[in-house]
Design a protein around this ligand. Structure first.
Ligand code: NAD
Length: 486
């Protein structure tokens, strides 16, 4: 099957993507809107190109096209859908420099990390496409069989946040399409550019209506979740918005997968190599300027090594350069948007009010650009905002503990349950600690090292359902039990 003209197989190579103009993609065609808007380059404050502002009519058109495309796409064999998804991954990889530059311009992250996002995106697609979802034989007796098969749901809406505009878009594309669903991507209004181009590129590999993209203002998400057409919403974003999505989806009992906020703790025991672990923890707290659901947001260090660890983590944090994503050697780019910048600065406002001991950072450069220096607060109160909330920026509390039991109790004292890590030389003790943490992923002696073969999701208010792994594929399917009697 050639699901749609794969131009890469033709004699002439397809034109490289043009990253200067941006359109919706509806029913296989680029589609503009009367009204447009734009995001901003967070390093300079300058406007980025115009993007569409979709209307309810655009939503209707896209849902209708997705519904029409669903039947034939669901009948294409799993193997052929897989081939199309893999060809798309190859094309995305070929265009990775263009996408990485766009990521720097729209999201602010350093170019090297943008390239990492592109490489991981290709791996993510390929891994999701490599998994099989066979029919399960539950009972195989002489006179009867019971089988469970997995059938696609229909039209899915993929809602994407602004911190990883490529990765968190393709994390939905591959499992959704390989299982035979159709997809409408809604990128964040703050970072709409890469998402629209991903879907434009995908048109070379999928029939019209199988994957579409709509950009818009704050009304677009609620229109999509309330629309009676889609069967599922795959949402990545904040816990507050996740609750609204679930409420809206409940009206027609749409399936939801909610990948939401986190307040990840790290527990560092007294037997670690302080220098090595402090360096890793500084990196994992300030990566992407702290704008990661899985960034380390609370660091619990055993009191026996606390002072030594604090000095080491401060030393490493001082080596992390802040600047525009296209500058050499930058580790922390700007905060992505003005709203988030003001929110993060709100935590700096608490420094004086709460009399916090700032061991590194604490002061921020004046604009232009939403730059914030990596900042560590030494032992703020457990009920202070910096410990209880998700700042989603480069400001982190360092806390001390006496016993393992106390560390676990305090690590679990949160509404969130996304990720956590235990840093400990003794693997038995580390595993025992890890098993007591209430979160969807727990790492030992590392953090944020995702493997797409394993499910990923949140406990408590960090989400519902999982992405990745076999369970992630199943989340795009109905389960159907067949009772076959002779
Ligand atoms: P957000 O919730 O503000 O927005 C996410 C997306 O939802 C955007 O596309 C937005 O336009 C859309 N949206 C907003 N209101 C909506 C509504 N009422 N109905 C439907 N859609 C709506 O989140 P954000 O600020 O873009 O992202 C940061 C948050 O995302 C953080 O809390 C972070 O922890 C979380 N996050 C979670 C994961 C994960 O995998 N668990 C990954 C990345 C980010």
């Amino acid at each position: 099957m050639a699901p749609h003209a794969d131009e890469t197989n033709g004699s002439s190579s397809p034109a490289a993507l043009d990253f200067t103009t941006f359109s919706n993609v509806i029913n296989g065609k680029l589609s503009s809107t009367k009204e447009t808007r734009h995001g901003f380059n967070p390093a300079t404050g300058k406007p980025n190109p115009e993007v569409p502002v979709s209307t309810p009519e655009d939503v209707d058109r896209a849902v209708e096209a997705a519904q029409k495309a669903f039947k034939p796409w669901s009948k294409v064999s799993y193997e052929d859908r897989r081939k199309a998804v893999l060809a798309f991954a190859d094309a995305l990889e070929k265009e990775k420099e263009g996408f990485a530059k766009m990521l720097v311009q729209e999201q602010g992250k350093p170019y090297g990390f943008a390239m990492f996002e592109m490489d991981f995106a290709a791996t993510m697609i390929r891994t999701a496409a490599s998994l099989d979802l066979p029919t399960e034989e539950i009972v195989d007796e002489a006179d009867r069989k019971i089988r469970v098969r997995y059938t696609p749901l229909g039209v899915t809406v993929g809602i994407v946040p602004w911190n990883y505009p490529v990765l968190l878009c393709v994390s939905k594309v591959a499992p959704c399409l390989v299982t035979g669903n159709t997809l409408i991507i809604k990128p964040s209004p703050f970072t709409p550019y890469s998402g629209l181009k991903i879907v434009e590129l995908a048109q070379r590999f999928f029939p019209p209506g199988v994957i579409q993209a709509l950009s818009g203002n704050d009304s677009l998400g609620p229109w999509l979740t309330a629309h009676p057409g889609p069967a599922k919403i795959s949402f990545t974003g904040s816990t507050a918005t996740g609750k609204k999505v679930m409420e809206s989806a409940s009206k027609t009992l749409k399936r939801v997968t909610l990948e939401l906020g986190g307040n990840d703790p790290a527990i560092v025991t007294e037997d670690v190599d302080v220098e090595e672990v402090a360096q890793k923890i500084a990196t994992l707290a300030f990566l992407n300027s702290g704008q990661i659901c899985l960034a380390l947001k609370r660091i619990y260090v055993h009191e026996k090594i606390f002072d030594q660890f604090r000095d080491a983590v401060v030393r490493h944090t001082k080596t992390l350069k802040v600047g525009a994503g296209n500058e050499e050697g930058v580790f922390l780019g700007p905060i992505q948007n003005s709203m988030q910048y003001e929110r993060v600065k709100g935590f700096f406002g608490d420094i004086e009010k709460e009399n916090w001991n700032v061991v590194v950072g604490g002061k921020n450069p004046d604009g232009p650009g939403y730059f914030i220096n990596p900042t560590i607060i030494d032992r703020p109160a457990d009920d202070s905002r910096i410990v209880a909330e998700e700042p989603f920026g480069p400001i982190v509390p360092l806390l001390s503990f006496k016993t393992d039991e106390e560390a676990i109790t305090r690590a679990n004292n949160t509404i969130y349950g996304l990720g956590a890590s235990v840093w400990c030389r003794d693997l038995d003790r580390a595993t025992e600690l890890a098993e007591q943490i209430e979160s969807g992923s727990v790492w030992v002696n590392t953090h944020f090292e995702l493997d797409v073969r394993a499910p990923f999701g949140g406990h408590k208010q960090s989400g519902i359902g999982v992405e990745f792994g076999l369970a992630g594929l199943k989340s795009y399917c109905n389960s159907q039990t067949l009772y076959l009697k002779k």
